[in-house]
Design a binder for this molecule. Structure first.
Ligand code: 4AD
Length: 415
């Protein structure tokens, strides 16, 4: 029976079998040193006088049998004195060596996904999905899905991906589940999802993908304050979960654990107007993504809710807070900037009609959405969180492309 490397490392004196891939290979004085990698970790295996071991190339797949010996000098504190080795798949010369450009590594992404760095990030990413599900399940939410093919723009027409659907009306890939989610709260009340969203983003930044994973929540009877509280609890829960499950991976990635350990609610808040003063801007100015990161840094690298944006800067469905601003909040996190965008929604028919006119939307395109306001509408709020941006923050990654196995941007669709 094969055991994981992490278990083998703790099996001092025992004869065990492991299998995986040759992460490193070197020959010295007739002995072959193979660092074997499986999904759990790395372990050094030493073969003396083995012709088979001498044939091993980097990334060959192997089955190894041997005796575990504790050795503080070995990676992981133990190594294997190999007695048997079987090459399952002999690898050709592996194209990835040290010091290759980011661009090249993206071209060979199908092989680069084996790297320690990406493996660590993907393990944390996996924990994030688990954590989100645990968080909501414990709070009585239902996980529910909305369609990917849609005729409605949720977040403005400029980033829509149109698809050939063979219908007279235009069909797009969903930017968000929100509009359909608003129909589902009348029966399920508290709902969430994790699904892909699509944005034809023209901007080339460190945090924009054209296909990303979107966690969204929508809650009946929840107001703006309730929404901010839910977001705080979620972010703290996910950070704690990852700290517990992935301390080893976080450390290997060089993440500042104190930043995650020190998270406390309530998060700082700043209105759009206060942000203008802080950043020396004037009414109507937007905040760029680099400026968001600068602001978070300036205020001590702690999470910040930016709230009460001018209505015309945000989406049509947001409930006005006063004549000029809406009950919207972006949650900014260090090294990334906006990770969550949320709002209280308009919940009256006449307000929605007014908003659609103001935003120049064709009511015919949103007939079913407008209908929702006619049958027992209630106050409700919700938000969307970019999974990759959250993973960027958790792992301290410099680029969003590192947080998803096969990134899609306007420039890259392969591999
Ligand atoms: O702020 P956004 O556009 O909000 C919505 O889509 C709302 N309908 C969500 C809701 O209220 N249910 O997007 C939400 C989040 C952003 O804060 C960001 O983290 C992420 O989605 N996001 C992207 N992530 C990666 N690449 C992109 N191009 C992204 N666009 C948005």
């Amino acid at each position: 029976m094969f055991i994981p490397v992490t278990e083998a490392l703790k099996s001092n004196g025992k004869t065990i079998k492991i299998r995986g891939w040759a992460h490193r290979v070197r020959e010295q004085k007739g002995a072959v040193f193979i660092i074997l990698r499986d999904s759990s970790g790395l372990m050094q295996c030493i073969f003396k006088d083995s012709e088979e071991a001498k044939k091993v190339t980097i990334e060959s797949s192997l089955e190894i049998e041997g005796v575990v010996k504790e050795d503080p000098r070995a990676p992981g504190g133990a190594e294997i004195a190999g007695t048997n080795i079987k090459i399952v798949g002999l690898a050709e010369r592996f194209p990835i060596t040290k010091d290759q450009s980011e661009e090249f590594l993206r071209d060979v992404r199908h092989l680069w996904v084996r790297s320690q760095k990406l493996t660590n990030i993907f393990k944390i990413r996996s924990s994030v999905f688990q954590a989100i599900r645990e968080f909501y399940t414990a709070r009585g939410f239902y996980e529910i899905q909305s369609p990917i093919f849609t005729t409605n723009a949720c977040e403005g027409a400029t980033t829509l991906f149109e698809v050939k659907y063979g219908k007279p009306e235009k069909v797009y890939l969903a930017q968000s589940w929100q509009l359909h989610a608003e129909a589902l709260i009348y029966s399920l009340e508290k709902i969430f999802t994790i699904a892909p969203s699509f944005r034809a983003e023209k901007s080339r930044t460190i945090r924009h993908l054209s296909e990303y994973w979107h966690h969204e929540a929508e809650v009946a009877w929840m107001d703006f304050e309730g929404m901010l509280k839910l977001e705080e609890e979620l972010v703290i829960f996910v950070a704690k979960y990852v700290l517990e499950k992935n301390e080893q991976e976080l450390k290997a990635l060089g993440k500042d654990l104190e930043e995650l350990r020190g998270l406390k609610a309530p998060f700082q808040r700043m209105t759009y107007e206060e942000m203008l003063k802080e950043m020396g801007k004037k009414w109507g100015d937007d905040i760029t993504d680099a400026e968001e990161r600068e602001l978070v840094k300036k205020l001590g690298n702690k999470p910040i809710f930016l709230t009460h944006f001018p209505r015309e800067m945000k989406a049509f469905y947001m409930k006005p807070a006063d004549k000029k601003t809406v009950l919207a909040a972006d949650l900014l996190l260090s090294g990334v900037g906006e990770v969550i965008g949320g709002s209280q929604r308009i919940d009256k028919l006449e307000d929605l009609t007014e908003a659609m006119e103001k935003f120049g939307l064709n009511k015919k395109d949103y007939e079913w959405y407008i209908d929702l306001q006619k049958y027992g509408s209630v106050p409700h709020s919700g938000f969307g969180l970019g999974i990759e941006r959250l993973v960027m923050w958790l792992t301290g990654s410099a680029h969003i492309m590192d947080t998803i196995p096969f990134p899609r941007t306007m420039d890259r669709i392969k591999p």
